[in-house]
Design a protein around this ligand. Structure first.
Ligand code: ZN
Length: 458
């Protein structure tokens, strides 16, 4: 026995541990990449001690919705810069969408191509969505076998020519196949016909932000959610509705759950943080679809969150070069919000004064619920002893304005530049390795892992 040997690799001392169960003042020890102990005034020593006093230790955030656009459009973001920004925001795992990488992930060859790039470049662990379009209904089994976390479909035009939207028959066929394969299907829920009709009406003289917002009213989202729920009922397929923008949409999903449907709802930080007036003020960086709603709906989303009828929060980080995010015609500007670095932390900033009530809820939505819904296994999304030591330290700080210069994304564009934040993410650890430390990106020598759905028993 060596006198030099430490009990643990890392101990975090003096922080508040935040989990869905609540806030607890405990030290947390890490050994061999796992949570080894959690106890007030933990005995033992470690090679590294992190002073977490005055800080909050969360399970790492699992962002089930990003578009890092590599391969094919790495000039829009890329796996390295996107995951660096994620890590800077407390994220320990991302699920990359099958688009806008090019060609999109519609078969196993494209899946393995992106997987290899992510293993080489990512700063965190990752999972990969496969696509579900009319063109690849015969490829869903190979996507499952390759390790896809689920299948993503667009019910309205995606804006990407190589990623066709599903009409009702192809979505039904895809969900029937997915149910057989045990895959979850995620949908972008906007009704294509209604969206086209409202767009034609509003796309007249003034092509400004207000006209764009008016061109995608809530009923566009609700019609698609109703259709997806009806197909989930018919096929028995597990359904995940991404970026729900309205409390009315969440109510439809909550009602379907009561009827026994296997369905979950995601929203995004921007729907909780921004309203229509913010879109007008911020302009192109705040353009997305479904669009950001009015203030009453924004507040109602927080009420829904507190009422427990929301399942997950994902960033839907969807960046594009600055040249595509400018112009007088708001309809023509490329949609998508860059927010992976600050979106989650701003939710904590927003609720700092009610942390005891709200942070356990946010922790569930950002970590535990994601791990459970996508069957990542017991070691993910938790700070229980034995879990992977994926965690984020959030520290309240003097209010400061988020600056474009601090963005680690490829393009210095975010809906949150100029917004005041009252917290900082000071550390992010993936399986016990610091990838973000004291507010700096660290070369962690992490070997990023592909996460796939575990069998029901594991
Ligand atoms: Zn998206």
């Amino acid at each position: 026995m060596s006198a030099m040997a430490s009990t643990f690799d890392i101990i975090m001392r003096g922080g508040w541990i935040v989990t869905p169960e609540g806030l607890r003042r405990e030290d947390l020890a890490i050994a061999d990449g796992r949570v080894a102990a959690r106890l007030a005034n933990l005995a033992g020593d470690a090679s590294q001690v992190i002073d977490a006093s005055g800080s909050y230790v969360f399970p790492g955030f699992i962002d089930a919705h990003v578009h890092f656009n590599e391969p094919g459009r790495a000039d829009w973001e890329g796996l390295a810069s996107g995951s660096a920004a994620l890590a800077a925001g407390g994220g320990t795992c991302f699920f990359d969408m099958p688009l806008n990488s090019e060609p999109p992930v519609l078969d196993a060859v494209r899946f393995h191509e992106k997987e290899a790039l992510a293993r080489e470049k990512a700063h965190t662990d990752f999972a990969l969505w496969g696509g579900l379009t009319p063109a690849n209904l015969d490829r869903l089994a190979e996507l499952r076998d390759a390790g896809a976390i689920g299948l993503k479909a667009f019910m309205s035009e995606s804006g990407i020519a190589s990623f066709e939207r599903v009409d009702e028959p192809s979505l039904r066929a895809g969900m029937q196949a997915a149910a057989q394969l045990g895959l979850i299907v995620a949908v972008h829920a906007e009704d294509n016909g209604l969206a086209a009709r409202h767009t034609a009406e509003k796309k007249t003289a003034a092509r400004d932000a207000r006209a764009y917002l008016a061109s995608r009213p809530v009923e566009v989202e609700l019609a698609a959610i109703r259709e997806a729920l009806s197909l989930a009922q018919e096929t028995g397929c597990a359904l995940h509705i991404v970026h729900v923008s309205s409390p009315e949409g969440l109510a439809l999903i909550a009602d379907a759950k009561k009827r026994g449907l296997n369905v979950s709802a995601e929203t995004c930080p921007h729907y909780l943080l921004l309203n229509e007036d913010d879109v007008v003020r911020i302009g192109a960086p705040a353009k997305c679809a479904p669009p950001i709603r009015d203030e009453a709906r924004r507040r109602a989303l927080w009420e829904a969150l507190r009422a427990g009828i929301l399942d997950t929060i994902g960033s839907d980080h969807s960046p594009a070069p600055g040249t595509m995010k400018t112009g007088d015609d708001f309809f023509a500007i490329w949609g998508g919000i860059g927010g992976v670095q600050h979106g989650f932390a701003l939710l904590f900033s927003e609720t700092l004064d009610s942390a005891e009530r709200d942070w356990p809820l946010l922790s569930a939505l950002l970590s535990r619920n994601v791990a459970r819904r996508f069957r990542l296994g017991r070691r993910k999304g938790s700070l229980d002893v034995g879990s992977d030591a994926d965690l984020a330290i959030v520290t309240p700080s003097e209010p400061r304005e988020i600056a474009a210069s601090e963005l680690l994304t490829r393009h210095p564009i975010s809906a949150y530049v100029g917004r005041r934040s009252r917290v900082r993410v000071t550390h992010t650890l993936v399986r016990g390795r610091a990838v973000w430390s004291d507010g700096r990106l660290v070369d962690s020598h992490l070997q990023p892992r592909l996460l796939s759905p575990q069998s029901a028993t594991s």
